[in-house]
Structures are given as structure tokens and as C-alpha cells.
Design a binder for this molecule. Structure first.
Ligand SMILES: *[C@@H]1O[C@H](CO)[C@@H](O)[C@H](O)[C@H]1NC(C)=O
Length: 159
């Protein structure tokens, strides 16, 4: 799915001009957040469970993911040319998932079983925050294709 720059312009006025010639390939494929489940309560500096099953729709040996916290329900339209959010509340980092039983190779770590919430004191109790995972596929047929980005997210609730 592609989104017009006209749609993106109000959101990303600052970089829209530079993005004109950058391919941004969005995939409707995405993996599955197994944890946290929707509505999980999150508190400042407290850990919560994290689990993500890669889709690996192009059958890469390794699936890079990035993990984000947002204060709105994200869609792929919110991703910039490099498949990142410019307006995230927090960035948990980049991780690398080995598929087909492949071992960790770095430099990014495998996804941890828990994540630690940042300082959420700016959010009223009961605020909806969203944990989002962007998965990148690099090995799509017939080869030499631009990276594709797939997105999934779940809603969290601040305490
Ligand atoms: C995309 O967003 C990331 C993270 O906010 C930023 O570092 C990067 O420069 C942006 N890329 C483009 C092409 O705008």
C-alpha cells in the first residue's frame, strides 16, 4: 500500500521534500505481537512482557525489527522513508530475529522477553499508548528489491 505525499505532507512537512525520490515500500504483511496483550497496564520505569513472532514474508534468514512507543494508533502512513517513526514517544531499539533456527549474529540483539517503559509521567492515568513493531524484509523476490516494511501494534494503558 502506498500513500500519497499529499497525505503525508501535513505530518512530515519537514522531510517531505527530501522523501520525494526515496522509495518507501510498505507491506501489508506483519508479524504477531504475542505480548504485551491489548490493554496491558504500563507504569514508568516498569517492565512489561514482550514477544514478537516474525512474519518473515520474504523468507529472510534474519528479520530486523524496530520497537516503538507511540501516543496514537499508528498506521503504515506514519512510517517515513526508512520505515521509522519521526514522532515516537519512545524508541525501544532495533533487534534481529533469527529465522529457521539461525543463531544470533548481531550487531543488534535478539528481542528481549521484557521491555522497560520510559518515564510516562507526562501521560494521565488511563492514557492509551501503543507499542508498535516494524519488521523489515530485505530478500523479496525476484531479488535486489528495496526493503519492505510491515507494521503491527497493540494498545497499552498507563497507570
Ligand atoms: C526517519 O525517522 C528516523 C527516526 O525518527 C530518522 O532518524 C530518519 O532520519 C528519518 N529518515 C528520513 C529519510 O526522514
Amino acid at each position: 500500500m502506498r500513500f500519497s505525499l499529499a497525505l503525508l505532507a501535513p505530518l512530515f512537512a519537514g522531510f517531505a521534500a527530501s522523501a520525494v525520490n526515496v522509495p518507501r515500500v510498505i507491506s501489508t504483511n506483519h508479524g504477531t505481537l504475542t505480548a504485551p496483550t491489548i490493554g496491558t497496564l504500563v507504569a514508568s520505569q516498569q517492565s512489561f512482557p514482550f514477544g514478537y513472532k516474525a512474519s518473515d514474508w520474504c523468507q529472510d534468514g534474519y528479520s530486523p525489527i524496530t520497537v516503538w512507543l507511540l501516543d496514537y494508533a499508528p498506521t503504515t502512513a506514519n512510517l517515513n522513508a526508512t520505515g521509522q517513526f519521526t514522532d515516537a514517544a519512545y524508541y525501544f531499539g532495533a533487534f534481529l530475529i533469527g529465522n529457521f533456527g539461525l543463531p544470533p549474529i548481531g550487531p543488534n540483539p535478539v528481542p528481549p522477553p521484557t521491555l522497560t517503559a520510559p518515564d510516562l509521567s507526562g501521560y494521565a492515568a488511563g492514557s492509551g499508548l501503543y507499542l508498535a513493531v516494524v519488521e523489515t524484509a530485505k530478500n523479496c523476490p525476484p531479488g535486489n528489491q528495496p526493503a519492505q516494511y510491515g507494521l503491527t501494534s497493540t494498545q497499552l494503558t498507563t497507570v
